[in-house]
Design a binder for this molecule. Sequence first.
Ligand code: FE2
Length: 286
Amino acid sequence: MSDAAASVPALVINPLSELMAAEVVGLDLRQPLDLGTRDAVYQAFLDYQVLAFRDQDLTKEEQVAFTEQFGTLEKHAQRNQGTADHPLVHIVTNLDADGVPTGKVGSMRWHTDKSFRPKPSMATILHALILPPEGGDTVFANMYAAYEALPATEKEELDGVGVVHSWELSRDNIGRTISEWEKRDAPPMTHPLARPHPDTGRKALFMGMHASHLEGMPMEDGRARILKLEAHSTQPQFLYRHHWKTGDVLMWDNRCLLHHADANFDAAVHPRVLHRTCLRGTATNF
Ligand SMILES: [Fe+2]
């Protein structure tokens, strides 16, 4: 076999919708990726924004090892730290400590992970271990497409506008007052509302439930503008709905997507358990 032939990655990419998302077939994520395959996966990640690796069976350690091949892992906010045996893996679950379904599903509002951080998340990797018989989907909004569909005058208007993301306001909106420690840990952070993607250069609207208001605009006006843009961005033509299969590993780009969990299953009856790892992104200068 020639060197060129040896470097061709043995992976097949099947698009899952016309807009975004692709299934990656032919990889066992327990094994380290050779450089050519890693680069092909990362390019597919940039091209499709959501990648679904089917039929995987990863331990927490193996998920961390897979994630680390693409960047720097990070921990979650204080309330959602990983498990004691693995601080870098967060358990997404509707079960209580005794393993009984609670009826509660988190992350139901549109958001992009850790957008209140100075270096918001680059990617989230979620591995489905236990799923309800049906439902429990994750839905994505393509914020490149939402931005690009705006009238030229509105794009110009948004250029250079800063959006303040606030963990405190985000928790307040769901009825929780954060602790002083959390306030110090996650102060409000300003990002460009039309934020260029560091790898592709394409601009994407950067908002979601952690977005509080716009700089240089009265609070209420800024909030109204953010909500109007969210309504625009989450129209059906900008969405991809992932119907999970057990063993799926989903890897998505937080820099150009919003996402939320859909509680379209009986969470008081059926368990839904996934393991999450996150990669840190980069700061964006205005
Ligand atoms: Fe999330």
